[in-house]
Design a binder for this molecule. Structure first.
Ligand SMILES: Cc1cc2nc3c(=O)[nH]c(=O)nc-3n(C[C@H](O)[C@H](O)[C@H](O)COP(=O)(O)OP(=O)(O)OC[C@H]3O[C@@H](n4cnc5c(N)ncnc54)[C@H](O)[C@@H]3O)c2cc1C
Length: 385
C-alpha cells in the first residue's frame, strides 16, 4: 500500500532529515515549554532551511515558492508539527515586505540576521478589535520630531495573536499613518525593548503549543522614521503582496499534517486487531483510508499547481484562497478520522495524531478565515455583484 506520492526532491529530504535529527527528539518538550529554542533558528539557518525562497541579494539562498512547499512537505512528512513550522519559519511572514520595499539599511539590520538565524521577527496585523478586516486597523503612528531634530513615529495601540511575538527581536507592525481604509496603512519595524512596547505572553491555545503567541502593547512607542517599510500608505499593498505565499504555506501545513496523520493511521490499522483480524481487513476501514488519501492528494496537487503558477508569474490570489480552503477541509476531515481509527490511543495527550487534530483547527482561521477568503475569491473570480 502506498501513501500519497510525496515530491521527492532534495529540498524535501533536506527538510525531512532536519526534522528527524533536530526536531523529533525534542518536540514533546517544546510543546510543554510553549516555545522552540532560539538556537533552533541558527541551526536551521546553518543547514540551509531559513534562507530558502529568499533572494541571495538579501541573504537568502534563492529558490521558488515551490521549493518552500517541498521543504515544508518534507518537514511535516518526518513528524514536524504545524506549530513547529509556524514558530521556526515566522520569517516567512515577517520579512517579505522588508525584502520587497525595505531600505538597504533595514535589510542589513533585520532581514540578513533573521535569515542567518540570529534574530527572530514577527508580523503584527491583527488587533483585539478584529483581524479579518485589515482596512479598519486602529493602531496609530504619528510622525514627530524629537528634541534633536530626528523624525520618529509615535505608535499607540495593540496587537494580538502574534506568532513568535514573545520571542521576537523585532515586529513588522501594521499601523495607521493616514486616514481611514486601506490607503492609510503603513508598515513599521518595531524593535523589542523599545520603551512603551510591551509583550504579554500569557495566551494559551488549543493547539500550536510549541509556537509562542503574544499580545503586544504600544504606548507611545518611538520608532525611527527610517524603520518605515517603503512609503507611507504602502502597507496594505505590501501585506497583500504576501497573500499568496502565506496562504500556500498554510495549505501545505494543512495537507502536510493530513498526510502524516493518514500514514500513522494506516500503519496503526495494519497492526491493530479487533474481532480477530487487523482493522484494515474491514472494508469500511480501507475505504476510509482511501477517502483520506483522496483528500490529501487533491489538496496537495492543487496547492502545488498554484505555487507553480505563482512561480511562473501568474496572478493566483484567488486560487491561493481556494487551495488553502481545500487543504484545510482535508486536514479537518483526515485528522479527525486518524484519531477515530486510533481509538482511545488517538485521544491520549502525546499521541502524534492528537497533536495534528488540535493543530488543524487554527488553519481555517489564521492567515485569513475561510469565509473571508471565499468572499475575496468571489470578487476576484467575478461572482460578486
Ligand atoms: C494561533 C494564532 C496565531 C496567529 N498569528 C498571527 C500573526 O502572527 N500575526 C497576525 O497579525 N495575526 C495572527 N493571528 C490572527 C489571525 O490571523 C486572525 O485570528 C484571523 O485573521 C481572524 O481574525 P479574528 O480572530 O479577529 O476574527 P474576526 O475577524 O473577528 O472573525 C471571526 C470569525 O467570523 C467569521 N467572519 C469574519 N468576517 C466574515 C465575513 N466578512 N463574512 C463571513 N464570515 C466572517 C470567520 O469565521 C472568522 O473566523 C493568529 C491567530 C491565532 C489564533
Amino acid at each position: 500500500m502506498s501513501t500519497p506520492a510525496p515530491a521527492r526532491s532534495e529540498v524535501h529530504e533536506l527538510g525531512a532529515a532536519f526534522v528527524r535529527r533536530e526536531v523529533v527528539p525534542h518536540l514533546d518538550a517544546w510543546e510543554e515549554a510553549g516555545e522552540v529554542p532560539r538556537a533552533l533558528h541558527r541551526t536551521a539557518a546553518e543547514q540551509g532551511l531559513l534562507g530558502l525562497g529568499f533572494p541571495e541579494s538579501v541573504g537568502g539562498q534563492g529558490g521558488t515558492l515551490l521549493d518552500t512547499v517541498d521543504l515544508q512537505e518534507g518537514m511535516l512528512s518526518a513528524g514536524a508539527s504545524s506549530g513547529l513550522l509556524a514558530a521556526l519559519l515566522t520569517s516567512g511572514i515577517a520579512l517579505p515586505h522588508l525584502v520587497a520595499a525595505g531600505s538597504p539599511d533595514l535589510v542589513d539590520a533585520f532581514v540578513r540576521p533573521t535569515l542567518a538565524g540570529e534574530l527572530i521577527g514577527s508580523l503584527a496585523i491583527t488587533e483585539p478589535g478584529g483581524g479579518s478586516d485589515v482596512a479598519r486597523l486602529r493602531t496609530t503612528a504619528r510622525l514627530e520630531t524629537d528634541d534633536q531634530g530626528r523624525p520618529a513615529y509615535v505608535v499607540h495601540g495593540g496587537k494580538t495573536f502574534i506568532t513568535s511575538g514573545a520571542r521576537a527581536d523585532f515586529v513588522t507592525t501594521a499601523v495607521r499613518t493616514g486616514g481611514p481604509g486601506h490607503a492609510g496603512i503603513s508598515l513599521l519595524v518595531v524593535e523589542a525593548g523599545t520603551p512603551g512596547f510591551t509583550v504579554d505572553r500569557s495566551l494559551r491555545k488549543m493547539g500550536w503549543h510549541c509556537s509562542d503567541t503574544a499580545e503586544l502593547g504600544y504606548a507611545g512607542v518611538r520608532v525611527p522614521a527610517t524603520h518605515l517599510v517603503g512609503r507611507e500608505g504602502d502597507g496594505f499593498a505590501l501585506i497583500a503582496g504576501a497573500f499568496v505565499s502565506e496562504r500556500v504555506a498554510l495549505a501545505v501545513h494543512a495537507y502536510g499534517i493530513a498526510a502524516r496523520s493518514l500514514a500513522l493511521a494506516a500503519a496503526y490499522c495494519r497492526e491493530r486487531e479487533t474481532f480477530g483480524r487487523p482493522l484494515v481487513a474491514n472494508q469500511v476501514v480501507r475505504h476510509q483510508l482511501v477517502e483520506m488519501h483522496r483528500q490529501v492528494e487533491v489538496a496537495r496537487s492543487y496547492t502545488r499547481e498554484v505555487a507553480r503558477r505563482h512561480d511562473a508569474g501568474e496572478n493566483v490570489v484567488a486560487e491561493a484562497c481556494l487551495a488553502k480552503q481545500t487543504a484545510c477541509e482535508a486536514a479537518t476531515f483526515v485528522c479527525d478520522r486518524a484519531v477515530q481509527l486510533h481509538g482511545g490511543a488517538g485521544y491520549l495527550h502525546g499521541a502524534e495524531v492528537e497533536r495534528h487534530y488540535r493543530d488543524a483547527r487554527i488553519l481555517p482561521i489564521g492567515g485569513g478565515a475561510t469565509e473571508v477568503l471565499t468572499d475575496l475569491a468571489a470578487k476576484l473570480l467575478g461572482y460578486a455583484s
